[in-house]
Write a protein that binds this ligand. Structure first.
Ligand SMILES: [Ca+2]
Ligand SMILES: [Ca+2]
Length: 289
């Protein structure tokens, strides 16, 4: 009798363990590719490719020091990158478009004079502006080592950890974003700020680079005609060469974007608000922002 009850307890424990395992498996399945939300699927959830850590470390170790670059500085930076990649604890480094702050465009606006959407390239760690994050991005750090990084400068672009100067700690964003790539931006629209965004156009990274003036390499600015089908809100989202989506920008109310900044910079704000928004019954809202 006693023996039987021990067995029945053992069976119950085993059944409980099975239930926990099954529910954990179901939980993971539920996270994959949520539908009916405006949030873009994370790059790692959508079958993005990846590269074994051993291959990545071999590439970093085997990369030749570029000509004219201080070898000692370069080797110190290389060691830091190898440590950063190894410390991530990942067996494979995922390849995809940048997610989070590393990929979200922050300066999307609309130019009422030209009818163009305007934004600048964002891919933290892509210091050499090649479109992807990799070992060559060490070189700009070595070339500008210990330089100050005033806002808006190319040095600020290399100052990936936003410390105010270019240094060894700017290797961390390379390690964190290794293999992040932007091949295009998807232009998305929605009738409401928090609604479901659908794609109405694309902007190509290499074309934007080619359109820069001859002496200009930075910043890489996208200027694209507002696509047909635009609703009240526009956002842009980086996409890599395998159609993996990265982080979507904040939604922009394009019809009011330029007008609000015009009001902000003008001395006679009351007059501008009245002129810009004659149909607005509550004229006071236009001055916010
Ligand atoms: Ca790069
Ligand atoms: Ca820095």
């Amino acid at each position: 009798m006693k023996e039987r009850s021990i067995w029945s307890i053992a069976v119950m424990v085993a059944a409980t363990l099975c239930a926990v395992v099954i529910s954990a498996a179901c939980g993971n399945a539920g996270v994959h590719n949520p539908s009916g939300t405006s949030a873009p699927a994370a790059a790692n959830d959508s079958g993005a490719s990846s590269v074994a850590i051993g291959s990545v470390l071999a590439e970093v170790s085997g990369y030749n020091v570029p000509e004219g670059v201080d070898e000692d500085v370069f080797e110190a930076l290389r060691s830091e990158l190898i440590n950063g990649l190894a410390e991530s604890g990942q067996d494979r480094i995922p390849a995809g478009a940048p997610t989070g702050d590393a990929g979200a465009v922050t300066d999307l606006t609309y130019d009422h004079a030209t009818g163009n959407l305007v934004w600048s390239y964002k891919n933290t760690g892509d210091y050499d502006l090649s479109g992807d994050v990799g070992i060559p991005d060490i070189t700009p750090i070595a070339q500008n080592y210990m330089a100050m990084a005033p806002e808006g400068s190319y040095e600020a672009w290399i100052d990936g950890d936003a410390s105010g100067e270019v240094g060894i700690s700017d290797i961390t964003p390379i390690a964190n974003g290794y293999l992040n790539a932007v091949s295009e931006y998807a232009i998305l629209t929605s009738s409401t700020e928090g609604g479901t965004f659908t794609e109405i156009g694309r902007a190509n990274f290499e074309e934007a680079k080619a359109a820069l003036p001859p002496d200009a390499e930075f910043p890489i600015v996208f200027e694209v005609a507002l696509p047909v089908g635009a609703e009240a809100f526009i956002a842009v989202q980086p996409v890599d060469g395998s159609e993996n989506p990265g982080e979507m920008s904040a939604a922009m109310d394009w019809e009011h974007a330029g007008l609000i900044s015009c009001i902000d910079c003008h001395t006679d704000k009351e007059m501008l608000i009245a002129t810009a928004e004659p149909e607005e019954p509550n004229g006071g809202e236009g001055g916010e922002g």
